[in-house]
Ligand binder design. Structure first.
Ligand SMILES: *[C@@H]1O[C@H](CO)[C@@H](O)[C@H](O)[C@H]1NC(C)=O
Ligand SMILES: *[C@@H]1O[C@H](CO)[C@@H](O)[C@H](O)[C@H]1NC(C)=O
Ligand SMILES: *[C@@H]1O[C@H](CO)[C@@H](O)[C@H](O)[C@H]1NC(C)=O
Ligand SMILES: *[C@@H]1O[C@H](CO)[C@@H](O)[C@H](O)[C@H]1NC(C)=O
Ligand SMILES: *[C@@H]1O[C@H](CO)[C@@H](O)[C@H](O)[C@H]1NC(C)=O
Ligand SMILES: *[C@@H]1O[C@H](CO)[C@@H](O)[C@H](O)[C@H]1NC(C)=O
Ligand SMILES: *[C@@H]1O[C@H](CO)[C@@H](O)[C@H](O)[C@H]1NC(C)=O
Ligand SMILES: *[C@@H]1O[C@H](CO)[C@@H](O)[C@H](O)[C@H]1NC(C)=O
Ligand SMILES: *[C@@H]1O[C@H](CO)[C@@H](O)[C@H](O)[C@H]1NC(C)=O
Length: 894
């Protein structure tokens, strides 16, 4: 307190000094003194101005900083945003909404010396999480206070309750990190003149809804969207006689019941979306809502849903009934709502056709019928809705052709028809729509060419999962605002990818995968757009090398060039992609050594390099302790890697050691929402995973020339679901530490030179569904255990000295006679105790002479052909069904 007094007196003396100074200057100007603003006011305003910078990103859609006109020596009453009282020259209104102000509003700000303010509007600026100072309580004559959307944070001080003349208070949309009211009771009780209260996004989770009971009788507007209110909403507020606006949407914990009678005659806005406040849709209510213009009842608690009644609310301009489980036909009575400009019936179970009577709603600018069971053709009468800017019909079962009459809707900006059964070609009229920004037709049965776009307004284009053919039209590369381009999975798109694609500087997502594109990969793709977060050109016939110049500060999170004909090396500049999470270069012809420099990519979660011509040891200079620590899928199978397994890497695969119980799908985290897809060998079958759960953990080092022991540390990778070390030259026995991999669902160690017994610990792997130990030189009894009893001879064949019912060969107990095996080899449970670590397979093989020659010969044959036919049969039978399931796509963006 003492501090404030001191600085205030300092302030006053400096004001007096400046006052003196200014009077001398301005005395030369004899214009009417009654229009002159008081000098202390002028000084305060200038100091206020000086305490902020002007930042173009501080306000949305505003270009004009009002304080620019504030100049010393001029009449402050004429300044932009400033209103004075004529007689005294004191500032009574300050409107700095949308003025690009950026900086902290301190409690010592000279704003607070403008005591005579009646209206103060600081909305839509950036006050850098300033607290709302208790000093606001000193504006004793304030009637209007607007701090909307200005990045204020912290508690709303109880001093606000001193503003007893307030008519309008707006603290809404300061939600990051957020505002929280204290003494809300006090504020509500004292503001008896309040007519408008807007606290959207203020955290009121600790406020009892009951304290709203005391709100001013004259309240006409109450907006409490997203306030975290919990409990029963006081019924008397619904009945306030002057209420025009009541919006309580997005308070999921709010209960109560909305009355059907005695409502305000003026009620024009009613928002109960995402609340549990029940509402009886009945005659009484409808006849009491005659003035209603806006009705927001998405995901609400509507009881008795005779939707036909809604046709009586003829004043409605906006109606949201989304997410309510409504079924049956869309009521044709809606045709009476001729004022309607916004209609949202999405996420229900409406069925049947779109009623053609909807053509009467000629004011409609947004129509959302997505996520229902609507069927039949789209009525061509929709062409009468010439105001439509947004038309969402996705996720239904519409069929037939897309009517070319949609081309009449010249205002159309967003057209979503994805996930339906549309067939035929894309009508050329759509390509001529002058304002089209979002066009999403993915997952239909559309065929034919993609025509040239007549305009360059596109920002999202998704035509994936259709049967389109031909080349990519060059007009796409002229869409300078294009952010998302997805033409994937049309299988017949041909031709080259023109390097003019790199003109699309705004591109964030480019997916042309699963087509028949050929020619060389445009090398500019590494550095044309710093906002690009997804680049998926996999499964095409692209040739040449991968882009070699990934620039610094790029945003790539997903890079998939797999399944092409790429040659050359892996570009080290890829380490500039510091946000990379997925890298798939598999199924190409890349000739290189192991790209150890990828260790630098600390966010890398999926690395697929399989089926290339990579060779040499898998290791590198130990520059990073935590190399690959976030990897969940590591697939370098089918290359020519040799030498021992890289123990250093195995030791740092931390993500494979820790279980992740988050059942979310992996996706981009920034701006665009793109669910990662990948082609992967899963339990033996190559499957297109359209999405990947974050829980998945796979290590696939198969079909290489790795040698030596399987290192014990592999037992640390406890979260692994799939481990494939098959078709290498591993020797020695199977580590009993593999028994620690309790989440393993698939284990393939086949076609190596493993010796000794199968560790009994493997019998404890509860989830193991696929086991392949075939074509080694294993011996002794096959462990028992629930899972092991389900495996057939296929899992063990080519190991001549194994015994157990699976291989139809009895194991002899102690004391029984068995010719081909010396007794010691089956009395002990664990090889390591029997032979000691490092006991090699050669010694075992020579010692017993059992199946050695045959085993090696068969291993060799299998190695050459890589995928034995029986293996295909076995796993394909198991996985065909699931394969279909995983191919089904779900919505990426809605
Ligand atoms: C006084 O100031 C006003 C506004 O700044 C200006 O229009 C006027 O010409 C000035 N008069 C004199 C005598 O300087
Ligand atoms: C106001 O307070 C802030 C922070 O306490 C300080 O940085 C600033 O210099 C003060 N301004 C004036 C004019 O005293
Ligand atoms: C507040 O308004 C009253 C009545 O208009 C006026 O007399 C009083 O001076 C005002 N107070 C301030 C601080 O401006
Ligand atoms: C209510 O407002 C009056 C001024 O009208 C003020 O004197 C009083 O302290 C306020 N009460 C509370 C609880 O803030
Ligand atoms: C609704 O409109 C119909 C026909 O216009 C009328 O018969 C009915 O009385 C109205 N119901 C209410 C509750 O206004
Ligand atoms: C398109 O779908 C409609 C309705 O399902 C069907 O009658 C028609 O034969 C289909 N046309 C083509 C070319 O497949
Ligand atoms: C990363 O990008 C910068 C400039 O964009 C480039 O100079 C540098 O060589 C790149 N790094 C690598 C390893 O290529
Ligand atoms: C989003 O991108 C920014 C840079 O553009 C980066 O600093 C931030 O870490 C990213 N966020 C996530 C969650 O990846
Ligand atoms: C396997 O688990 C056992 C018991 O939890 C532990 O003692 C052993 O160190 C583990 N082995 C490895 C390689 O993690």
């Amino acid at each position: 307190m003492g501090f404030y007094l001191l600085s205030l007196s300092q302030l006053l003396s400096s004001i007096l000094f400046l006052f003196h100074f200014q009077t001398t200057i301005s005395s030369s100007n004899n214009s009417s003194p009654s229009h002159f603003c008081a000098h202390d006011q002028s000084v305060s305003l200038l100091q206020f101005k000086a305490s902020f910078s002007i930042n173009s990103s501080a306000s949305v859609n505003c270009q004009h900083p009002k304080t620019e006109s504030w100049k010393q020596g001029t009449d402050c009453c004429l300044w932009d945003g400033v209103t004075c009282e004529m007689k005294t020259g004191v500032v009574t209104e300050l409107n700095l909404a949308c003025s690009l102000l950026y900086g902290t509003l301190h409690p010592n700000s000279t704003l607070f010396s403008l005591r005579h303010l009646r209206k103060l509007d600081l909305s839509d600026n950036h006050f850098k999480s300033s607290h709302i100072s208790p000093q606001f309580g000193q504006f004793s004559n304030l009637t209007h206070l607007n701090l909307n959307y200005s990045v204020f944070a912290g508690q709303v001080p109880s001093e606000i309750s001193l503003l007893s003349k307030l008519v309008s208070l707006d603290l809404s949309k300061n939600d990051n990190p957020g505002l929280e009211p204290i003494s809300f009771d006090k504020i509500v009780r004292n503001l008896t003149k309040l007519r408008e209260l807007d606290l959207d996004s203020v955290d009121m989770s600790l406020v009892a809804p009951n304290s709203l009971t005391n709100l001013s009788f004259s309240l006409s507007s109450l907006s409490l969207r997203r306030c975290g209110l919990q409990g029963k909403f006081p019924g008397n507020i619904f009945l306030l006689p002057n209420l025009e606006t009541l919006d309580l949407s997005y308070n999921e914990g709010l209960t109560g019941s909305f009355p059907s009678s005695n409502l305000s005659n003026f009620l024009s806005v009613l928002g109960l979306s995402n609340t549990r406040i029940s509402l009886y849709l009945e005659n009484d209510l409808i006849s009491n809502l005659k003035s209603l213009q806006y009705m927001f009842l998405g995901n609400s608690s509507i009881i008795r849903s005779d939707l036909t009644l809604l046709g009586n609310l003829t004043q409605l301009t906006s109606l949201d009934l989304s997410d309510n489980n409504f079924s049956g036909q869309i009521p044709s009575s809606l045709e009476n709502l001729v004022q309607l400009s916004y209609l949202d019936l999405s996420n229900n179970n409406f069925s049947g056709q779109i009623p053609s009577s909807l053509e009467n709603l000629v004011q409609l600018s947004s129509l959302d019928l997505s996520n229902n069971n609507l069927s039949g053709q789209i009525p061509s009468s929709l062409k009468n809705l010439i105001q439509l800017t947004n038309l969402y019909l996705s996720n239904n079962i519409f069929s037939g052709q897309i009517p070319s009459s949609l081309g009449n809707l010249l205002q159309l900006r967003r057209l979503y028809l994805h996930f339906n059964n549309f067939n035929g070609t894309i009508p050329s009229s759509l390509f001529a729509l002058p304002s089209l920004q979002y066009l999403d037709l993915h997952s239909n049965n559309l065929r034919g060419n993609i025509s040239e776009f007549q305009h360059d307004s596109l920002s999202i284009l998704d035509l994936s999962n259709n049967n389109l053919h031909g080349t990519i039209p060059s007009s796409i590369f002229k869409q300078e605002y294009l952010e998302v381009l997805i033409l994937a999975s049309n299988s017949k798109l041909t031709g080259e990818i023109s390097s003019s694609i790199c003109k699309l500087k705004s591109l964030q997502l480019l997916d042309l995968s699963n087509n028949n594109l050929s020619g060389s990969m445009p090398l500019c793709l590494g550095n044309f757009s710093n906002s690009l977060s997804v680049l998926h050109l996999g499964m095409n016939n692209l040739q040449g090398t991968m882009p070699s110049t990934f620039s610094e500060y790029n945003s790539l999170q997903y890079l998939n060039l797999g399944g092409n004909e790429l040659e050359g090396k892996i570009s080290p500049s890829i380490i500039n992609c510091t946000m990379l999470e997925v890298l798939d270069l598999g199924n190409n012809k890349i000739e290189d050594t192991f790209p150890y420099f990828l260790e630098a990519l600390s966010d890398l979660q999926i690395l697929v390099l399989k089926s290339n011509k990579l060779q040499g040891f898998v290791n590198g200079p130990a520059a990073y302790d935590s190399a690959f620590s976030k990897l969940r899928i590591f697939d370098i199978s089918d290359n020519n890697f040799s030498g021992p397994l890289p123990t250093r890497y195995l030791n740092s695969l931390e993500a494979m050691m820790a279980l992740d119980h988050n059942m979310i799908y992996m996706r981009t985290t920034n701006s665009t929402d793109y669910v990662y897809s990948i082609q992967m060998t899963w339990k033996g079958v190559e499957i297109d995973f359209e999405k990947i759960r974050s829980t998945i953990r796979v290590l696939d080092l198969s079909v290489n020339s790795f040698t030596g022991e399987i290192p014990k540390v592999i037992g640390k990778l406890k979260a692994l679901q799939q481990l494939n070390l098959s078709h290498n030259s591993f020797t020695s026995h199977i580590q009993s530490s593999l028994g620690n991999l309790t989440n393993l669902e698939s284990l393939d160690l086949s076609s190596n030179s493993l010796t000794g017994r199968i560790p009994t610990q493997l019998g404890g792997l509860k989830f193991l569904a696929i086991l392949n130990l075939s074509h080694n030189q294993l011996e002794g009894p096959i462990p028992t255990g629930e899972q092991f009893n389900t495996f057939t001879a296929n899992s063990f064949e080519g190991n001549l000295c194994l015994c157990g019912f699976q291989v139809l060969k009895e194991c002899y107990r102690d004391g029984d006679q068995e010719q081909s095996l010396p007794p010691s080899s089956y009395n002990e449970g664990d090889d390591s105790t029997l032979f000691g670590d490092g006991f090699g397979w050669k010694a075992v093989a020579m010692g017993y002479g059992c199946g050695f020659v045959l085993g090696v010969a068969m291993g060799y044959i299998v190695f050459r052909t890589k995928k034995p036919a029986w293996f295909h049969r076995m796993v394909e039978d198991t996985w065909n069904l699931n394969k279909k399931k995983t191919r089904k796509k779900v919505g990426r963006r809605n």
